[in-house]
Design a binder for this molecule. Sequence first.
Ligand SMILES: Cc1cc2nc3c(=O)[nH]c(=O)nc-3n(C[C@H](O)[C@H](O)[C@H](O)COP(=O)(O)OP(=O)(O)OC[C@H]3O[C@@H](n4cnc5c(N)ncnc54)[C@H](O)[C@@H]3O)c2cc1C
Length: 469
Amino acid sequence: MSDPVVIIGAGPAGLACAERLAQGGRAVVVIDDNAQAGGQYFRQLPPGYTVGANAPLLRDKARFDRLARVLALPNVTYRPSSTVWGSPGDMTIAYAGPSGSGRVRATAVVIAGGAQDQPFPFTGWTLPGVISAGGALNMVKAHGLVPEGRVMVVGNGPLVLVAAATLVTAGADVIGVVEAQPGARLAGALATSVWAAPKLLRTAIDYRRRIARSGAWFKTGRMIAQATGRDAVERAAIAPVGGDGRPRIDAQTWSEVDTLVLGYGIVPSTDIARMMGCQTAFDRSLNGVVPLRSPALATSVPNVYAVGDGAGIGGVEVALVEGRMAANAILGIEGEAALARQYRKLDLFRRKLNIAYARSETLSAADAGTIVCRCEELTLGDLRKDANFSCGDVDRLKKSSRIGMGRCQGRNCLPALAKMLDLPPDGYATLPRARPPLKPIQLRHLAADADAGPAHEPDEALIHNRETS
Ligand SMILES: Cc1cc2nc3c(=O)[nH]c(=O)nc-3n(C[C@H](O)[C@H](O)[C@H](O)COP(=O)(O)OP(=O)(O)OC[C@H]3O[C@@H](n4cnc5c(N)ncnc54)[C@H](O)[C@@H]3O)c2cc1C
């Protein structure tokens, strides 16, 4: 029997891909590090929780249930709670977790690893009570937890609306919502493309209505300036965005808060693609560094595909369609006109949306004393003193300063740092290579990997890739 197709990620993109491949008769292995499938958008309450007053939060539950049926099919092996940590050989994926560890050889690999919150350092951002928009959404959706007291949501991008509306619906006391992009600029930039995604526009209007009905104020063209508190956040200051992308402290206003939710964008998670040697490039319309892909969503490494938010921020609908397109490519199905039409529209709209929210100047509220790398406790001042700060090469700065060498392996700090350094688009090529283990794993899980041997350097894949491209 031939090797299976390995799908990394059981979010919308991974599940849609698995469904189509399984229907096409292929053996599929789906690996995901969460206990339950669904990824970010379809994140589920733990088994045993019932849908109560927060039912509107789970309005896509039926859609998820239909999609997740694929995981029970006989030709699908589903490995929940399993972290993909390496690629120790040609088309080989290594995973580890409490439900089993091992390696699997694949005929094709589909990377559907999703996105991550973009951290936004400023004075006070490490105080307890300051959380990311993605973290807030996960708390509500996966645990039924709603922050107590006064909540303020600040940021730049569509997730600000999503987080605020979700928190309001879940019963949080949201006092205010702050978006950095002026409303008029957003409306102007999107006016010519709303025809491509009218359903998404209706959803956005519904979110705004829910926020307005809750009594929360909504301000645009402003950003977080600083937050203070003794043992946890107590006050937050917002200010108009200055011409240099920094808050205008002379015009800042303070509010009493118990929770501050930060949503300064999400960025594609490219660690798996970079580890496998896929060529990447910076694309502003996709919100960051992304794997280069063919129209069939194949990366530069033969038989490796990248889909969903991990290949460019686009949201759930783009993720679903891309999952199906990659499956078609693997199955050799060509010319599904309706799917191609749907993708053209959604792709156009998400690119316009990402550009509409992007500010021409880099937003920053960090000062010399602000911690940028939480794992290594490095401030912006520490980094500025480093001889490599202005060299434009994040990899060199990492080696001399230790930024990105802690537990998160740079997943959190390096995208934020790259923005602060104002790298030119080709400067993103200097992001350090992702090395195994990609994420922290327990040694006892690794020890359970019967095939464990020396992991080969990802460099080999990269060199091979360069030579054959
Ligand atoms: C934190 C966060 C919260 C979000 N919440 C919402 C929301 O509430 N509403 C909304 O409309 N959009 C939300 N989004 C946007 C969301 O990314 C998309 O709408 C959609 O979920 C993208 O689907 P996807 O399949 O590409 O990725 P995801 O849904 O992110 O799925 C990717 C999956 O891959 C898994 N994975 C990643 N790396 C590994 C690894 N090394 N090993 C094993 N598994 C791995 C992840 O744990 C995840 O389950 C959120 C984004 C983020 C980053």
